[in-house]
Write a protein that binds this ligand. Structure first.
Ligand code: SF4
Length: 144
């Protein structure tokens, strides 16, 4: 585990720094061996192979171009709309009556849930879905 320095004006806190996450930078327990990253403040440099890379710095490097990161504003996700179960019953029934023709084994609970905008758990609790499964299984058994 790396020790974090007490100084604040270092690359890891700089808005120009982008941490790298190559596998060989990590120990077997997942802790970083070296915390390295690319500095996007300075132009890329060409190596002897002809490829260009941004300058790589360690997390505790610094320079006079340090600029603090702006805080990232996060908004809470909107709560999903709660649909009453009676409405789910109707949505699922309508969806099944539209789609349950031909190959009944192609009808999936996931597709129904996605089309109705509800969870699969809600779909399988509906009367229409239970009836559809019974019908599908009965048709399947009749082909034996
Ligand atoms: S080298 Fe300077 S500009 Fe680049 S990330 Fe570090 S502090 Fe920021």
């Amino acid at each position: 585990m790396i020790e974090l320095p007490l100084v604040k004006e270092i690359c890891m806190n700089c808005r120009w720094w982008l941490a790298q996450s190559r596998d060989d930078n990590y120990q077997t327990d997942g802790c970083p061996k070296l915390n390295v990253g690319s500095c996007k403040r300075y132009p890329p440099k060409q190596t002897h192979t002809g490829k260009c890379y941004s300058p790589v710095t360690y997390h505790d490097n610094f320079c006079g171009e340090f600029k603090e990161r702006e805080p990232v504003e996060t908004k809470p996700l909107p709560k999903p709309k709660r649909i009453p179960f009676e409405e789910i019953q109707i949505l699922v029934r309508d969806w099944i009556s539209t789609h349950a023709h031909g190959n009944l084994h192609a009808i999936t609970c996931v597709a129904c849930a996605a089309a109705c905008g509800v969870s699969t758990r809600s779909v399988i609790k509906t009367t229409a879905w239970k009836a559809f499964i019974e019908r599908r299984d009965a048709e399947y058994r009749s082909t034996w």
